[in-house]
Design a protein around this ligand. Structure first.
Ligand SMILES: [Zn+2]
Length: 122
């Protein structure tokens, strides 16, 4: 089956470029970690995941809207993605990583950056 999570999505690029401009350095899609997390800050033991609302089943209006056709297929698929996300995050936390999810729908608002900087500074 094709890879569900597409790399280098628009919201992810927005987060990456903003943090890079602020001087943060990180690794991308680290293969050796569960779920190949999006942004990895090895020195801080922190991980940021940028989640698309639809694919990852966010509880926002976009995340809850299911395509009109093949409803069962999509519902099953997105539930599967959510379960996988939870498993991945649990594994990362058990391995000592702090994990923050940035949702696509929040990226247009300024407060995502406040949250991220607080997370990274902890
Ligand atoms: Zn959302």
């Amino acid at each position: 089956m094709a890879r569900i999570k597409s790399k280098d999505t628009k919201p992810e690029l927005a987060v990456r470029s903003t943090l890079h401009r602020l001087g943060y350095r990180f690794r991308l899609h680290v293969k050796g970690l569960p779920g190949s997390p999006d942004l990895v800050f090895p020195g801080r033991k922190k991980i940021i995941l940028v989640h698309g609302c639809f694919w990852h089943g966010h509880a926002c209006s976009r995340g809850r809207s299911v395509p009109k056709s093949n409803v069962d297929f999509w519902v099953t698929k997105i539930q599967g993605n959510r379960r996988r996300d939870l498993r991945t995050i649990r594994k990362l936390r058990l391995a000592g990583w702090s994990v923050l999810i940035v949702w696509e729908c929040k990226i247009k608002k300024d407060d995502w950056l406040t949250r991220v900087l607080k997370f990274l500074g902890e």
